[in-house]
Ligand binder design. Structure first.
Ligand code: AMP
Ligand code: GLY
Length: 444
């Protein structure tokens, strides 16, 4: 089986790594890929599946590609999965209609309202003149969100109305988020631990992956601006079995049923970012793709063949894939470049041990790197995701931090507290099976 992975980040490197280990995959391609992926995949750096989709499809046909995996949201929202499927190429990834759940926060809020899925109370505005009425209708502390895609940066958690006014003005008047900020969602600020539920779905059939917890703020102690994610660990420790039951019943099942009711066929990844509030789990956001960096520790624990998941999903039955997980926890520590997320520095040379063997329990997944002649240099905000398995979360953390100290580039920044957040209970609900039958197992 020949598989192309679209994307160039840490999530896509982790997917390529799983596919490279599959006994059934003869060749892995990455489009465009990155220096880390180049060690295990043939990269197509000159091909852009959004701007030149016809050329991409032709190339897939010429290479007799059996499956395409789409990592990031932009090609999903642009409808690349729909076109590939129409061209007869089995594709792992949501179609454009389904991906709107991520591509438009205004739409996803309407969807949740329509299908009674618990989320923060909200107002959507597209004129600054409507701001005060929206703020009057909500509690004093709100979160201001650019409705469109903003690479995890279009969300401003505000302490008071003044901050909310500034954030909404930046989006609606100063145009600081471009097209993505033309429509703004203002919502009640919720409190509680966060958890990411990743499900591979086709229609109402779903395979839930083990939970993961992400660390979004830039600085230790969850301070500083929001980022795409500074680290993650799997299994998450914020929820127990009864929480998971509530999540299935009140969020995942109504979401899938709501999509069917709206006549949207969803095939690919449904990622629900949740907050475990005092009144139960509530949706922060939907994404239509695997989380980054959550995917890195989740996939490090997958001991069965990732290609089986791809095929089962293409056969409309992801829950029929036989899936096994390493019982050990895994943790991903992101090494970022100074200035991230606003204006990351780039061009610095990487030094040290930044490639890993296929079977190493510590994998260095590349995200923002590129070749510059013989050198590997920084090319983006999140540079590497060092991902380690350990007999305990503490051991996984120690391994990742030890490796982080063996890799150098100027302006290297990372959080010191990944995986050491306060926890409530320790359970891993991730297990194969349908929504109806999956037990809360694999506990530790
Ligand atoms: P989102 O991209 O919508 O998931 O938002 C990014 C991050 O902002 C989330 O992971 C939360 O930490 C925070 N956030 C978003 N919405 C809310 C909310 N309504 N209440 C509190 N925090 C929020
Ligand atoms: N880590 C958060 C995300 O992928 O959206």
């Amino acid at each position: 089986m020949k598989v192309v992975v679209i994307g160039s980040g840490g999530r896509e490197h982790a997917i390529c790594w799983q596919l490279a280990r599959s006994p059934r995959v003869s060749e892995v391609f990455a489009c465009p890929g990155n220096p880390g992926m180049k060690k295990i995949a043939r990269c197509w750096p000159d091909c852009d599946p959004i701007a030149s989709l016809d050329a991409f499809i032709e190339r897939c046909k010429a290479q007799q590609i059996d499956h395409v995996v789409i990592g990031p949201e932009a090609p999903l929202v642009a409808g690349v999965a729909d076109r590939l499927r129409s061209a007869g190429i089995p594709t792992f990834g949501a179609g454009a209609a389904a991906a709107r759940l991520e591509g438009s926060k205004a739409y996803s809020k309407q969807f949740m309202e329509r299908h009674q899925i618990p989320t923060a109370d909200h107002r959507t505005i597209d004129r600054i003149e409507d701001l005060e009425a929206a703020l009057d209708a909500l509690p004093p502390q709100v979160v201001v969100k650019a409705s469109g895609l903003a690479a995890g940066k279009g969300v401003i958690v505000c302490d008071d109305r003044q901050q909310a006014r500034q954030a909404a003005t930046a989006m609606l008047v100063e145009d600081s988020f471009g097209e993505s900020g033309r429509v703004v969602v203002i919502e009640e600020r919720m409190h509680g631990p966060e958890v990411s539920i990743l499900a591979i779905v086709d229609g109402t059939d779903a395979l839930l992956l083990p939970t993961a917890q992400d660390h979004k703020p830039l600085l230790d102690g969850n301070r500083g601006p929001n980022t795409g994610g500074m680290g993650a660990f799997c299994p998450g420790t914020a929820i127990g079995p009864s929480d998971l039951d509530a999540i299935r019943r009140t969020i995942i099942e109504p979401t899938l049923e709501g999509l069917v009711a709206d006549q949207i066929h969803y095939s690919g990844v449904l990622y629900a970012g949740l907050m475990m509030t005092a009144s139960g789990p509530r949706v922060l956001e939907y994404n239509c793709r695997l989380g980054d960096p959550e995917t890195q520790p989740v996939l490090l624990r997958l001991t069965s063949d990732f290609a089986d998941i791809l095929e089962a999903t293409a056969d409309h039955s992801p829950s029929s894939a036989s899936v096994t997980w390493d019982p050990r926890p895994a943790l991903c520590l992101v090494l970022a470049s100074e200035g991230y997320p606003a204006a990351p520095r780039s061009g610095q040379e990487l030094q040290g041990d930044f490639y890993s063997d296929l079977d190493s329990p510590v994998q260095v997944f590349h995200a923002g790197t590129r070749h510059d002649g013989d050198r590997c240099v920084v090319s983006g905000g999140r540079v590497l995701g060092i991902t380690a398995l350990g007999d305990s979360l503490a051991q996984a953390r120690d391994q990742a931090y030890e490796k982080a100290n063996q890799i150098h580039f100027e302006g290297k920044i990372f959080r010191q507290d990944i995986g050491s957040m306060p926890t409530r209970s320790v359970q891993d609900p991730g297990a194969p099976g349908s929504l109806e039958t999956t037990p809360c197992s694999d506990p530790y």
